[in-house]
Design a protein around this ligand. Structure first.
Ligand SMILES: *[C@@H]1O[C@H](CO)[C@@H](O)[C@H](O)[C@H]1NC(C)=O
Ligand SMILES: *[C@@H]1O[C@H](CO)[C@@H](O)[C@H](O)[C@H]1NC(C)=O
Length: 140
């Protein structure tokens, strides 16, 4: 009983997501794609009632102290499509999204040791492998 309540707010949805994805894809689970989602996927965008979206997210996803990170607010299917028909080729393994995506870029301020977030709607560049995103590169 206390066990369930003590889960960090964002952890349980991630566990459910992992279970759902493992079931939904009949193929071997791709660990790198799993890491990509953990690092960059937040859909729907988590509540930001007190203006600390980036601090909260970077903490919960265990990336606090990292210089910068971008979260993508879109369904997994739309993100994956960038690796297929929803994207155009760039450098080797890179795909440029055709459509703009709702994203939040979090940047660490090493003086205040807090994150500042900027929300954009931009085309994004991903590293893909076998039709799945493995890394976020940048927005364009
Ligand atoms: C802001 O809200 C988040 C999520 O509810 C919470 O984890 C965090 O402690 C809050 N921060 C402050 C300064 O209230
Ligand atoms: C970083 O934080 C310090 C202290 O709060 C502030 O003076 C400075 O302007 C911030 N730097 C940037 C790039 O926002």
């Amino acid at each position: 009983m206390a066990l369930k309540i003590s889960f960090p707010v964002l952890l349980l949805p991630l566990i459910l997501l992992g279970a759902w994805l493992a079931l939904a894809s009949g193929k071997l689970w791709n660990e790198k794609n799993d890491k990509f989602l953990l690092k960059h996927w937040n859909y729907p965008r988590s509540e930001d009632s007190n203006g600390t979206y980036c601090d909260t997210m970077m903490q919960h996803r265990e990336m606090y102290g990292q210089e910068a990170n971008t979260f993508i607010h879109a369904p997994i299917g739309s993100i994956n499509s960038i690796c297929n028909l929803g994207g155009t080729p760039g450098k080797p393994n890179e795909r440029h999204s055709v459509a703009p995506f709702d994203i939040t870029t979090c940047t660490f301020n090493s003086t205040s040791r807090t994150y500042a977030g900027t929300r954009y709607v931009r085309r994004i560049v991903l590293d893909c492998w076998k039709g799945l995103p493995l890394d976020y590169v940048r927005h364009i």
